[in-house]
Write a protein of this length. Structure first.
Length: 222
């Protein structure tokens, strides 16, 4: 459904992005990748949102260190994704999501949704920028470490009860620090429960999280 475009961040960095949806949409969403690049799953997320009438853009965050990265979900892919992520300073992805937001239709109310690494970056989109009217963060492992930051828009978060990389103590700490953030925990769900290409996919949890996300964006993006 979508096409690839080129964005330029405020620091002059040029990066690619997958975009989909109507060019005159009244609502837009920035989709933020996992540590696996803008792969088929991320494009499917974009297409899902575009089918609901959103203008959507997913910036290739790994372009800062290596272009054209699309990984799967094997142990080797996870290792490589983590290595790539480790080479990127936090300020880079924040600049990239700001450029992505700027590329959405003028006047559109903008939301952001991210998964895994992208879930944390979506949180930063809410706290470190003023670009978004709503942020949906799915299993963001780095949120707990930055949980005291102040969001500039409504935020919703989704975590799996059995996420081996995000203990429930982290979720409790986020809940304590952010009284106004909607936080949902999905029973027995693991990390990556929203991705149907992963062994941890949980169809029931994923569908419920999507229903909640759609309703959240309907409330705050109009």
């Amino acid at each position: 459904m979508g096409t690839t475009i080129t964005l330029t961040a405020a620091d002059g960095h040029s990066l690619s992005a997958y975009t989909a949806g109507p060019g005159n949409a009244a609502r837009g969403v920035v989709v933020v990748q996992e540590i696996f690049g803008v792969n088929s799953h991320m494009r499917a997320v974009c297409d899902r949102l575009a089918s609901r009438g959103y203008a959507v853009v997913c910036p290739a965050l790994f372009d800062r260190v290596e272009r054209g990265v699309e990984l799967g979900y094997t142990a080797q892919d996870i290792e490589r994704g983590r290595a790539l992520r480790g080479r990127i300073a936090d300020a880079g992805p924040v600049a990239d999501i700001e450029a992505a937001a700027e590329s959405l239709p003028a006047g559109a109310r903008r939301g952001i949704i991210g998964f895994c690494w992208g879930g944390t970056i979506a949180w930063w989109g809410a706290t470190r920028t003023n670009r978004f009217a709503a942020a949906s963060c799915w299993y963001g492992g780095g949120i707990a470490a930055t949980r005291t930051e102040t969001p500039n828009c409504p935020v919703q978060m989704h975590f799996g009860e059995n996420d081996a990389s995000i203990p429930l103590t982290d979720v409790d700490a986020i809940r304590e620090a952010q009284k106004d953030v909607e936080i949902f925990v999905y029973p027995k769900a693991q990390h990556g429960f929203g991705c149907d290409a992963r062994a941890s996919f949980d169809p029931g949890a994923a569908e419920l999280a999507w229903r909640r996300t759609h309703a959240f964006f309907d409330r705050h993006l109009g």
